[in-house]
Ligand binder design. Structure first.
Ligand SMILES: Cc1ncc(COP(=O)(O)O)c(C=O)c1O
Length: 395
């Protein structure tokens, strides 16, 4: 499906629907009239196969206790095998109400208060919060940054692990907000360092399906023929892919039996709730019937990204990370706007609500993250506003 047809069919104005992205601008940004480009969800209705499956489930009219049916596991297994070459087993899989919940749980079940947990910054802010909120010691290692290109500081990573006696690494693959899809060699080097120092890896692969331009997502658990899978938890979901965030249904893969037991014991105590039948229904339907929609949304994201890059050529000093994966574009404005002024510039002048670089790590002030999962007209307007105000600053 081409971009125009996709947008005509699926774009929805979300104002007035208790949307965090659009209706919480006053509470989050102190201004209700911004163009919303923050938080990672989309203005596109999920595919008809999902709404049909949910409607059918609702029409059934019984909302008694349920369980995760085999058909859910099978749909996830088929998707992972077909799209990412990862052959899962049902007994490895668990369901959680979101990936962030799984991160918090993992920190709490696999580490002790005061233990060190490492993340590679800039990175999705709940990575920071799940460590700090849990009374663990947050250790950060900045990615190496060169004019919009992000690579791994392996020496810094290993040194930080050794110096802090790090117990856990939360990997973001693909990486939000750097837009990187880690290559096999990169993953292997990270995992090898973690194995050498007995660091448990939590691999957040929620953006696994949204990869572009020939880049291929490689599940960390499959690296080196699965050599590191035994010391790893993988978390993914269909929530980014099919815009289902509030269905609160994610899949967690734990190949190691002992780690699975720890997970089950913890979840029994802290999350003794039954499954949400709507989430299960939605995810299964999306994975089984959503391929055409999925290919369509990727075209929209790609085209929106190309618009940003093309339009911003007027300001070559604005560095934009290549969009290998995710639908989030990290933009470095510092060559034109001092880092301390970027918030005022973005919100007051450009009238945009974005995620700010410093939310992802203290050294990233002056960067903004823009969401490409939206209508091309919104992206164009946002970029026009940025250009117009950069021109005014430079005049
Ligand atoms: C890397 C990453 N992990 C997790 C999430 C959110 O996961 P969930 O909504 O399943 O809690 C996001 C959302 O943007 C994300 O970018």
């Amino acid at each position: 499906m081409e971009v125009k047809e996709f947008c005509d069919r699926y774009y929805v104005d979300r104002n007035g629907t208790a949307s965090l992205k659009w209706d919480a601008l006053q509470t989050r940004f102190g201004d209700p009239d911004l163009i919303s480009m923050w938080v990672a969800d989309m203005e596109f209705r999920t595919p008809e196969c999902v709404t049909d499956a949910l409607a059918k489930r609702v029409a059934h009219g019984i909302f008694g206790y349920s369980f995760v049916p085999d058909s859910y596991y099978e749909a996830v297994m088929d998707w992972e095998k077909d799209h990412h070459g990862y052959q899962l087993k049902k007994e490895w899989m668990r369901v959680s109400p979101g990936v962030v919940a799984a991160l918090y749980w993992s920190v709490n079940m696999y580490t002790q208060p005061g233990d060190s947990v490492i993340i590679m910054t800039p990175v999705y802010y709940p990575f920071h919060n799940c460590v700090k909120d849990s009374g663990r010691n947050l250790v950060t290692c900045d990615l190496i940054y060169d004019q919009g290109v992000y690579t791994i500081d392996y020496e810094g990573f290993e040194k930080a692990i050794v110096e802090n006696g790090v117990k856990m690494y939360i990997l973001c693959s693909p990486h939000n907000p750097a837009g990187r899809v880690w290559k096999e060699e990169e993953l292997e080097r990270m995992l090898e360092i973690c194995a050498r120092h007995n660091v448990l890896v939590i691999s957040d692969e929620i953006h696994q399906d949204l990869v572009f331009g020939g880049h291929k997502h490689i599940p960390a658990a499959t690296i080196a023929g699965g050599r590191y899978a035994d010391r790893m938890i993988t978390a993914f979901a269909s929530s980014k892919t099919f815009n289902l965030a509030t269905c609160l249904t994610s899949t967690i893969v734990i190949e190691n039996e002992e780690l699975r037991k720890t997970w089950d014991d913890f979840v029994k105590v802290y999350n003794s709730v039954e499954v949400n039948v709507f989430g299960i229904t939605a995810v299964e339907a999306a994975l089984r019937g959503g391929e055409e929609w999925y290919q369509g949304v990727k075209k929209v994201i790609c085209s929106n990204y190309e618009t940003v890059v093309e339009e911003m050529k007027e300001f070559p000093g604005v560095h934009i990370a290549p969009l290998e994966g995710t639908y989030l574009v990290f933009m470095d404005l510092r060559n034109y706007v001092p880092a301390d002024d970027v918030r005022d510039f973005t919100q007051e002048k450009c009238r945009l609500a974005v995620d700010y670089g410093e939310w992802f790590g203290e050294n990233w002030k002056g960067f903004i993250r823009l969401n490409m999962g939206t209508h091309p007209d919104i992206v164009k307007k946002a970029v026009e506003n940025i250009k117009e105000n950069l021109r005014k600053r430079n005049a």
